[in-house]
Design a protein around this ligand. Sequence first.
Ligand code: KG4
Ligand code: ZN
Length: 359
Amino acid sequence: MCGSPKRLYRGNVKISAMRILGIESSCDETAAAVVADGRSILSSVVASQIPVHARFGGVVPELASREHLRSIITVVDEALEQAGASLDALDAIAVTQGPGLVGSLLIGLGVAKSLALAHQKPLIGINHLEAHIMAAFLSQKPPSFPLVALVVSGGHTNLYLVRDYLSMELLGQTRDDAAGEAFDKVAKVMGLGYPGGVVIDKLASKGNPDAVAFTRPMIGSETLDFSFSGLKTAVINHLREHPLSEGPDSQAAADLAASFQEAIVDVLTFKTIQAAERHGVTEIALAGGVAANSRLRRKIGAEARAKGMNLNAPDVSLCTDNAVMVAALGYHRLQAGLIEGLELDAYSRAVTPWMAAHQ
Ligand code: KG4
Ligand code: ZN
Protein backbone atom coordinates (compact mmCIF):
# COMPACT_ATOMS: atom_id res chain seq x y z
CA MET A 1 0.00 0.00 0.00
CA CYS A 2 1.36 3.40 1.01
CA GLY A 3 5.04 4.33 0.66
CA SER A 4 7.95 2.17 -0.38
CA PRO A 5 11.00 0.88 1.51
CA LYS A 6 13.79 3.42 1.84
CA ARG A 7 16.98 3.03 -0.16
CA LEU A 8 19.43 1.11 2.01
CA TYR A 9 22.52 1.21 -0.14
CA ARG A 10 24.59 3.89 -1.85
CA GLY A 11 26.60 1.86 -4.33
CA ASN A 12 27.63 -1.19 -2.30
CA VAL A 13 27.72 0.65 1.02
CA LYS A 14 24.88 0.17 3.47
CA ILE A 15 23.68 3.59 4.59
CA SER A 16 20.91 2.79 7.07
CA ALA A 17 19.21 -0.07 8.84
CA MET A 18 15.68 -1.00 7.89
CA ARG A 19 13.46 -0.56 10.94
CA ILE A 20 10.15 -2.32 11.20
CA LEU A 21 7.43 -1.93 13.81
CA GLY A 22 5.79 -5.27 14.63
CA ILE A 23 2.33 -5.51 16.23
CA GLU A 24 0.94 -8.73 17.74
CA SER A 25 -2.55 -9.24 19.22
CA SER A 26 -3.61 -12.75 18.17
CA CYS A 27 -4.39 -14.15 21.61
CA ASP A 28 -3.83 -12.85 25.14
CA GLU A 29 -0.68 -10.78 24.72
CA THR A 30 -0.66 -7.25 23.32
CA ALA A 31 2.83 -6.69 21.93
CA ALA A 32 4.82 -4.22 19.86
CA ALA A 33 8.50 -4.18 18.91
CA VAL A 34 10.95 -2.40 16.66
CA VAL A 35 13.52 -4.59 14.92
CA ALA A 36 16.30 -3.43 12.61
CA ASP A 37 17.27 -5.48 9.56
CA GLY A 38 15.21 -8.44 10.79
CA ARG A 39 17.72 -9.20 13.58
CA SER A 40 18.57 -6.33 15.93
CA ILE A 41 15.95 -5.93 18.62
CA LEU A 42 15.60 -2.20 19.31
CA SER A 43 12.60 -2.64 21.60
CA SER A 44 10.07 -5.25 22.70
CA VAL A 45 7.01 -4.55 24.82
CA VAL A 46 4.55 -7.26 25.87
CA ALA A 47 1.41 -6.57 27.92
CA SER A 48 0.19 -9.91 29.21
CA GLN A 49 -3.47 -10.50 30.02
CA ILE A 50 -2.79 -13.59 32.14
CA PRO A 51 -4.29 -12.09 35.35
CA VAL A 52 -7.51 -11.25 33.46
CA HIS A 53 -8.04 -14.80 32.15
CA ALA A 54 -6.50 -16.80 35.03
CA ARG A 55 -9.70 -17.06 37.07
CA PHE A 56 -11.50 -18.56 34.06
CA GLY A 57 -8.74 -21.15 33.50
CA GLY A 58 -8.33 -20.11 29.84
CA VAL A 59 -8.54 -17.18 27.44
CA VAL A 60 -11.99 -15.55 27.21
CA PRO A 61 -12.12 -14.06 23.67
CA GLU A 62 -14.42 -11.16 24.51
CA LEU A 63 -12.24 -10.07 27.43
CA ALA A 64 -9.10 -10.48 25.30
CA SER A 65 -10.42 -8.02 22.66
CA ARG A 66 -11.30 -5.47 25.32
CA GLU A 67 -7.87 -5.76 26.94
CA HIS A 68 -6.08 -5.34 23.57
CA LEU A 69 -8.15 -2.23 22.92
CA ARG A 70 -7.27 -0.86 26.33
CA SER A 71 -3.51 -1.31 26.05
CA ILE A 72 -2.45 -1.35 22.41
CA ILE A 73 -1.76 2.38 21.95
CA THR A 74 0.38 2.50 25.11
CA VAL A 75 2.24 -0.63 24.06
CA VAL A 76 3.03 0.74 20.59
CA ASP A 77 4.07 4.12 22.03
CA GLU A 78 6.36 2.41 24.53
CA ALA A 79 7.98 0.26 21.83
CA LEU A 80 8.68 3.33 19.70
CA GLU A 81 10.03 5.28 22.67
CA GLN A 82 12.34 2.45 23.82
CA ALA A 83 13.65 2.11 20.27
CA GLY A 84 14.15 5.88 19.98
CA ALA A 85 12.23 5.73 16.70
CA SER A 86 9.50 8.02 15.44
CA LEU A 87 6.73 6.58 13.28
CA ASP A 88 8.01 8.60 10.34
CA ALA A 89 11.47 7.03 10.69
CA LEU A 90 10.09 3.49 10.29
CA ASP A 91 10.38 1.56 7.04
CA ALA A 92 7.23 -0.54 7.44
CA ILE A 93 4.57 -1.80 9.83
CA ALA A 94 4.10 -5.57 10.18
CA VAL A 95 1.05 -6.98 11.90
CA THR A 96 -0.21 -10.45 12.80
CA GLN A 97 -3.08 -11.34 10.49
CA GLY A 98 -3.84 -14.86 11.80
CA PRO A 99 -4.36 -17.49 12.96
CA GLY A 100 -5.86 -16.39 16.24
CA LEU A 101 -8.93 -14.87 17.86
CA VAL A 102 -10.50 -12.71 15.17
CA GLY A 103 -11.76 -10.07 17.60
CA SER A 104 -8.24 -9.74 19.01
CA LEU A 105 -6.51 -9.77 15.63
CA LEU A 106 -8.77 -6.97 14.36
CA ILE A 107 -7.52 -4.63 17.10
CA GLY A 108 -3.89 -5.03 15.99
CA LEU A 109 -4.86 -4.82 12.33
CA GLY A 110 -6.91 -1.65 12.89
CA VAL A 111 -4.03 0.10 14.63
CA ALA A 112 -1.45 -1.08 12.05
CA LYS A 113 -3.62 0.06 9.13
CA SER A 114 -4.29 3.46 10.70
CA LEU A 115 -0.59 4.06 11.33
CA ALA A 116 0.38 2.87 7.85
CA LEU A 117 -2.18 5.16 6.26
CA ALA A 118 -1.43 8.19 8.39
CA HIS A 119 2.35 7.88 8.03
CA GLN A 120 2.44 6.51 4.47
CA LYS A 121 4.24 3.28 5.42
CA PRO A 122 4.12 -0.14 3.75
CA LEU A 123 1.81 -2.56 5.58
CA ILE A 124 2.84 -6.22 5.93
CA GLY A 125 0.53 -9.08 6.96
CA ILE A 126 2.13 -11.80 9.09
CA ASN A 127 1.18 -15.41 9.83
CA HIS A 128 1.55 -15.90 13.58
CA LEU A 129 2.97 -19.44 13.31
CA GLU A 130 5.53 -18.51 10.69
CA ALA A 131 6.51 -15.59 12.90
CA HIS A 132 7.09 -17.97 15.84
CA ILE A 133 9.67 -19.82 13.68
CA MET A 134 11.56 -16.53 13.19
CA ALA A 135 12.48 -16.52 16.89
CA ALA A 136 15.05 -19.26 16.17
CA PHE A 137 16.78 -16.93 13.71
CA LEU A 138 17.34 -14.26 16.34
CA SER A 139 19.97 -16.24 18.23
CA GLN A 140 23.73 -15.63 17.96
CA LYS A 141 24.07 -18.50 15.54
CA PRO A 142 20.96 -18.67 13.34
CA PRO A 143 20.06 -21.95 11.60
CA SER A 144 20.69 -22.51 7.92
CA PHE A 145 18.03 -23.61 5.41
CA PRO A 146 16.40 -26.03 4.99
CA LEU A 147 15.22 -26.84 8.48
CA VAL A 148 12.41 -28.65 10.26
CA ALA A 149 10.53 -26.46 12.72
CA LEU A 150 8.25 -27.63 15.52
CA VAL A 151 5.76 -24.92 16.46
CA VAL A 152 4.17 -25.83 19.78
CA SER A 153 1.85 -23.33 21.38
CA GLY A 154 -1.49 -23.06 23.17
CA GLY A 155 -3.36 -23.32 19.89
CA HIS A 156 -1.07 -25.31 17.57
CA THR A 157 1.28 -28.25 17.28
CA ASN A 158 2.67 -27.99 13.77
CA LEU A 159 5.71 -29.43 12.02
CA TYR A 160 7.08 -27.44 9.08
CA LEU A 161 9.71 -27.95 6.44
CA VAL A 162 11.19 -24.46 6.17
CA ARG A 163 12.97 -23.91 2.86
CA ASP A 164 13.46 -20.19 3.35
CA TYR A 165 11.85 -17.27 5.18
CA LEU A 166 8.91 -17.25 2.79
CA SER A 167 8.40 -20.93 2.12
CA MET A 168 7.19 -23.03 5.03
CA GLU A 169 5.44 -26.30 4.22
CA LEU A 170 3.17 -27.91 6.81
CA LEU A 171 4.26 -31.56 7.36
CA GLY A 172 2.01 -32.50 10.27
CA GLN A 173 -0.28 -31.06 12.91
CA THR A 174 -2.39 -32.03 15.88
CA ARG A 175 -5.70 -33.69 15.14
CA ASP A 176 -7.26 -32.45 18.38
CA ASP A 177 -5.68 -30.60 21.33
CA ALA A 178 -2.48 -28.60 20.90
CA ALA A 179 0.42 -29.51 23.19
CA GLY A 180 0.08 -26.23 25.14
CA GLU A 181 -3.66 -26.77 25.45
CA ALA A 182 -2.99 -30.22 26.95
CA PHE A 183 -0.53 -28.68 29.46
CA ASP A 184 -3.12 -26.03 30.38
CA LYS A 185 -6.02 -28.47 30.73
CA VAL A 186 -4.02 -30.98 32.78
CA ALA A 187 -2.79 -28.15 35.04
CA LYS A 188 -6.40 -27.10 35.52
CA VAL A 189 -7.62 -30.57 36.56
CA MET A 190 -4.61 -30.90 38.88
CA GLY A 191 -5.52 -27.56 40.49
CA LEU A 192 -2.26 -25.89 39.41
CA GLY A 193 -3.70 -22.69 37.90
CA TYR A 194 -3.34 -21.01 34.50
CA PRO A 195 -1.41 -20.98 32.26
CA GLY A 196 -0.32 -24.50 33.11
CA GLY A 197 2.81 -25.08 31.03
CA VAL A 198 5.27 -23.22 33.22
CA VAL A 199 3.78 -24.65 36.45
CA ILE A 200 3.91 -28.25 35.18
CA ASP A 201 7.46 -27.69 33.89
CA LYS A 202 8.55 -26.54 37.38
CA LEU A 203 6.62 -29.18 39.31
CA ALA A 204 7.80 -31.96 36.98
CA SER A 205 11.45 -31.18 37.82
CA LYS A 206 10.76 -32.67 41.29
CA GLY A 207 8.89 -35.72 40.00
CA ASN A 208 9.59 -39.16 38.60
CA PRO A 209 8.76 -39.32 34.86
CA ASP A 210 8.35 -43.12 35.07
CA ALA A 211 5.86 -43.00 37.97
CA VAL A 212 2.74 -43.30 35.77
CA ALA A 213 2.98 -45.23 32.49
CA PHE A 214 1.10 -43.10 29.95
CA THR A 215 0.97 -44.22 26.32
CA ARG A 216 2.77 -42.07 23.73
CA PRO A 217 -0.10 -41.10 21.39
CA MET A 218 0.48 -41.67 17.63
CA ILE A 219 4.17 -42.39 18.10
CA GLY A 220 3.87 -45.51 15.95
CA SER A 221 1.79 -43.94 13.18
CA GLU A 222 3.17 -43.24 9.71
CA THR A 223 1.96 -39.64 9.66
CA LEU A 224 3.66 -36.67 11.24
CA ASP A 225 0.37 -35.71 12.91
CA PHE A 226 -0.17 -35.54 16.66
CA SER A 227 -3.05 -36.18 19.08
CA PHE A 228 -3.03 -35.11 22.72
CA SER A 229 -6.63 -35.20 23.88
CA GLY A 230 -6.43 -38.91 24.82
CA LEU A 231 -3.44 -38.21 27.02
CA LYS A 232 -5.37 -35.46 28.79
CA THR A 233 -8.25 -37.93 29.37
CA ALA A 234 -5.77 -40.52 30.68
CA VAL A 235 -4.59 -37.98 33.27
CA ILE A 236 -8.20 -37.23 34.27
CA ASN A 237 -8.91 -40.97 34.64
CA HIS A 238 -5.74 -41.44 36.68
CA LEU A 239 -6.81 -38.61 39.00
CA ARG A 240 -10.21 -40.24 39.47
CA GLU A 241 -8.54 -43.42 40.70
CA HIS A 242 -5.69 -41.68 42.54
CA PRO A 243 -6.90 -38.25 43.76
CA LEU A 244 -4.18 -35.86 44.87
CA SER A 245 -5.21 -36.15 48.51
CA GLU A 246 -2.08 -34.31 49.69
CA GLY A 247 -2.67 -31.43 47.29
CA PRO A 248 -0.91 -29.98 44.24
CA ASP A 249 2.40 -29.52 46.12
CA SER A 250 2.72 -33.23 46.94
CA GLN A 251 5.20 -35.77 45.56
CA ALA A 252 2.27 -37.58 43.87
CA ALA A 253 1.43 -34.37 41.96
CA ALA A 254 5.07 -33.90 40.92
CA ASP A 255 5.24 -37.53 39.74
CA LEU A 256 2.03 -37.14 37.73
CA ALA A 257 3.22 -33.84 36.19
CA ALA A 258 6.58 -35.41 35.27
CA SER A 259 4.97 -38.53 33.76
CA PHE A 260 2.48 -36.50 31.69
CA GLN A 261 5.18 -34.08 30.53
CA GLU A 262 7.51 -36.94 29.57
CA ALA A 263 4.81 -38.52 27.40
CA ILE A 264 4.22 -35.26 25.48
CA VAL A 265 7.94 -34.54 25.18
CA ASP A 266 8.64 -38.07 23.90
CA VAL A 267 6.08 -37.72 21.10
CA LEU A 268 7.18 -34.21 20.12
CA THR A 269 10.83 -35.29 20.07
CA PHE A 270 10.24 -38.51 18.14
CA LYS A 271 8.10 -36.90 15.42
CA THR A 272 10.39 -33.90 14.99
CA ILE A 273 13.49 -36.07 14.55
CA GLN A 274 11.51 -38.34 12.21
CA ALA A 275 10.45 -35.33 10.10
CA ALA A 276 14.06 -34.18 9.84
CA GLU A 277 15.26 -37.68 8.87
CA ARG A 278 12.54 -38.11 6.25
CA HIS A 279 13.45 -34.83 4.60
CA GLY A 280 17.22 -35.24 4.94
CA VAL A 281 17.46 -32.12 7.10
CA THR A 282 20.02 -31.61 9.87
CA GLU A 283 18.78 -28.29 11.28
CA ILE A 284 15.86 -28.30 13.74
CA ALA A 285 14.12 -25.28 15.27
CA LEU A 286 11.75 -25.07 18.21
CA ALA A 287 9.11 -22.35 18.40
CA GLY A 288 6.01 -21.30 20.34
CA GLY A 289 5.21 -21.13 24.04
CA VAL A 290 5.80 -24.84 24.75
CA ALA A 291 9.31 -24.46 23.26
CA ALA A 292 10.11 -22.82 26.61
CA ASN A 293 9.65 -26.23 28.28
CA SER A 294 12.94 -27.20 29.90
CA ARG A 295 12.47 -30.98 29.47
CA LEU A 296 11.56 -30.61 25.77
CA ARG A 297 14.63 -28.46 25.12
CA ARG A 298 16.93 -30.94 26.88
CA LYS A 299 15.47 -34.09 25.35
CA ILE A 300 15.17 -32.90 21.76
CA GLY A 301 18.63 -31.32 22.05
CA ALA A 302 20.16 -34.63 23.17
CA GLU A 303 18.34 -36.65 20.47
CA ALA A 304 19.37 -34.16 17.80
CA ARG A 305 23.02 -34.33 18.88
CA ALA A 306 22.92 -38.13 18.85
CA LYS A 307 21.69 -38.01 15.24
CA GLY A 308 24.25 -35.41 14.14
CA MET A 309 21.55 -32.73 13.95
CA ASN A 310 21.61 -29.20 15.30
CA LEU A 311 18.84 -27.87 17.59
CA ASN A 312 18.00 -24.16 17.47
CA ALA A 313 15.94 -23.27 20.52
CA PRO A 314 15.10 -19.56 20.84
CA ASP A 315 15.68 -17.54 23.96
CA VAL A 316 12.80 -18.40 26.35
CA SER A 317 11.55 -14.78 26.23
CA LEU A 318 11.00 -15.14 22.48
CA CYS A 319 9.15 -18.49 22.69
CA THR A 320 5.87 -17.07 24.00
CA ASP A 321 3.93 -14.46 22.02
CA ASN A 322 5.85 -11.28 21.21
CA ALA A 323 6.10 -8.73 18.41
CA VAL A 324 9.84 -9.12 17.76
CA MET A 325 9.10 -12.24 15.72
CA VAL A 326 6.43 -10.33 13.77
CA ALA A 327 8.79 -7.47 12.90
CA ALA A 328 11.58 -9.95 12.02
CA LEU A 329 9.43 -11.82 9.51
CA GLY A 330 8.07 -8.47 8.29
CA TYR A 331 11.60 -7.54 7.22
CA HIS A 332 11.90 -10.58 4.95
CA ARG A 333 8.44 -10.07 3.48
CA LEU A 334 9.22 -6.42 2.82
CA GLN A 335 12.47 -7.39 1.08
CA ALA A 336 10.39 -9.66 -1.15
CA GLY A 337 7.94 -6.83 -1.89
CA LEU A 338 5.05 -8.58 -0.13
CA ILE A 339 3.16 -5.43 0.83
CA GLU A 340 -0.56 -5.42 1.57
CA GLY A 341 -3.39 -2.97 0.99
CA LEU A 342 -5.80 -1.60 3.55
CA GLU A 343 -8.20 -4.48 2.81
CA LEU A 344 -5.82 -6.77 4.78
CA ASP A 345 -8.12 -8.99 6.86
CA ALA A 346 -7.84 -11.28 9.87
CA TYR A 347 -8.14 -15.07 9.63
CA SER A 348 -8.80 -17.43 12.51
CA ARG A 349 -7.50 -20.73 11.15
CA ALA A 350 -3.97 -21.76 10.19
CA VAL A 351 -4.34 -21.81 6.42
CA THR A 352 -2.24 -19.23 4.62
CA PRO A 353 -2.51 -18.64 0.88
CA TRP A 354 0.90 -20.33 0.49
CA MET A 355 -0.23 -23.42 2.42
CA ALA A 356 -3.50 -23.62 0.51
CA ALA A 357 -1.59 -23.55 -2.77
CA HIS A 358 0.88 -26.26 -1.72
CA GLN A 359 -1.28 -28.87 0.01
O1 KG4 B 1 2.91 -19.26 21.83
P1 KG4 B 1 2.12 -18.93 23.03
O2 KG4 B 1 2.63 -17.84 23.95
O3 KG4 B 1 0.65 -18.53 22.67
C1 KG4 B 1 -0.04 -19.14 21.63
O4 KG4 B 1 0.16 -18.74 20.46
O5 KG4 B 1 -0.79 -20.08 21.98
O6 KG4 B 1 1.96 -20.31 23.86
C2 KG4 B 1 1.26 -20.37 25.07
C3 KG4 B 1 1.30 -21.82 25.56
C4 KG4 B 1 0.42 -22.07 26.77
O7 KG4 B 1 -0.37 -23.22 26.53
C5 KG4 B 1 1.43 -22.31 27.89
O8 KG4 B 1 0.95 -23.18 28.91
C6 KG4 B 1 2.58 -22.93 27.13
O9 KG4 B 1 2.63 -22.18 25.92
N1 KG4 B 1 3.87 -22.83 27.84
C7 KG4 B 1 4.57 -23.90 28.28
C8 KG4 B 1 5.70 -23.41 28.95
N2 KG4 B 1 5.66 -22.04 28.89
C9 KG4 B 1 4.52 -21.71 28.20
N3 KG4 B 1 4.32 -25.22 28.15
C10 KG4 B 1 5.20 -26.08 28.70
N4 KG4 B 1 6.31 -25.67 29.38
C11 KG4 B 1 6.60 -24.36 29.53
N5 KG4 B 1 7.69 -23.98 30.19
ZN1 ZN C 1 1.81 -17.93 19.68
